[in-house]
Design a binder for this molecule. Structure first.
Ligand SMILES: [Zn+2]
Length: 358
């Protein structure tokens, strides 16, 4: 087989960004990019995607600027040659194997796979290179071996990727395990499961960060999947007893998504508490695992705090204002992840109340 370009086989990561192309292109990025993308189009499986940011693909492998790069939607290997790409798709070993790692969460057609960057270096590097097209951060490229990756897999992705090779290679052999549950889609051929986004997390974080990078790939954005990833990252921290948050500073897009997650989660906790109870920031922290600094900033942004002295607290949460906020913003308070759908046993840990942030 003609393998797609398999970069960095020795595990080395590029340390400097490729120079930006001199051409100026109309920029559809959510934020003014620091430089124009040097990969102009990406074919991801069968989807055509416009990159937002300069890539870190090695210049020696893809050239200085690339009109069109082909990326395997299964293993993230890439090529600038269509024929290599097609040959690769036909032979891609990962197609029948599924994503690397193991399932840690499964619910409502979504799975979360935990993958160790040390054990899957090439996959992690190729995933990071693809992600870099949509992230304006270099931190994707710290040594992949020190990170865990959580891959979000959609059973029925919308849009779906259908290659000329048809649906998943697993179909032939693995169909017997009672998959009849998918009655709704019974007539149509079974779609391929697809990695639609991910987050990474340092194995050891001095700052207790529970997330380093987060990305839902553009074709699957605006479906609430980022909120699922954030919810999962907090539920995983809760199980580990690691009280933290995303690595900062956040991008503009990241901040907006997190403010949405934090405010919705806090509103759920506040409105779900017994009506007479006065909630403190500590109560909310213990309930949501969001760090106090993010709780306070979020409550301020929601404008639901009242500054008056009562029972020793400087600020009290006004529940009526929270309810108004929920209605005004048409917030769906249903939890984004189901703690019972995690596969791993919950560790018996509690947050210590005494080492408190002032
Ligand atoms: Zn592949």
């Amino acid at each position: 087989m003609a393998p797609a370009v398999a970069p960095f086989a020795n595990g080395a990561s590029p340390s400097t960004p490729a120079p930006a192309a001199a051409t100026s292109t109309p920029n559809a990025t959510p934020k003014a990019a620091t430089a124009d993308p040097n990969v102009f189009e990406v074919v991801f499986g069968t989807l055509l995607i416009k990159p937002w940011y300069p890539s870190f693909y090695a210049e020696s492998l893809v050239g200085r600027s690339v009109p069109r790069l082909y990326v395997c939607h299964v293993c993230f290997k890439y090529s600038k040659e269509l024929l290599h790409f097609l040959a690769h798709l036909r032979a891609c070993a990962s197609r029948s194997a599924g994503p690397p790692g193991q399932v840690v969460y499964a619910k409502d057609g979504l799975e979360l796979w935990e993958m160790d960057g040390e054990q899957e270096r090439l996959y992690a590097q190729n995933l990071s290179l693809f992600a870099k097209l949509f992230l304006d951060t270099k931190s994707v490229f710290y040594d992949v071996g020190t990170f865990l990756y959580y891959l979000l897999v959609a059973e029925r992705p919308n849009p779906e990727i259908r290659t000329a090779m048809g649906v998943h290679g697993m179909e032939a052999g693995a169909g017997g395990d009672g998959e009849g549950a998918g009655a709704g889609a019974s007539a149509s051929a079974r779609e391929e499961k697809q990695v639609v986004g991910f987050f990474s997390k340092e194995k050891m974080s001095w700052d207790n960060n529970n997330l380093a990078c987060i990305l839902v790939f553009p074709p699957w954005q605006k479906q609430g999947l980022g909120q699922v990833l954030m919810g999962a990252s907090y539920e995983i921290s809760r199980r580990e007893g690691r009280l933290g948050g995303p690595e900062k500073p956040l991008s503009d897009l990241g901040r907006r998504a997190y403010i949405h997650y934090w405010s919705t989660t806090l509103a759920r906790a506040i409105l779900g508490a017994p009506s007479k109870k006065t909630l403190t920031v500590l109560d909310l922290r213990n309930e949501t695992y969001i760090v106090p600094e993010d709780i306070i900033a979020t409550l301020q942004a929601m404008d639901v705090l009242e500054h008056r002295k009562r029972g020793g607290a400087d600020a009290v949460i006004n529940k009526a204002k929270v309810r108004e906020w929920v209605e005004r913003n048409r917030i769906n308070l249903a939890p984004v992840v189901d703690p019972d759908a995690f596969v791993q046993e919950e560790a018996d840990v509690e947050v210590e109340d005494d080492e408190d942030d002032e």
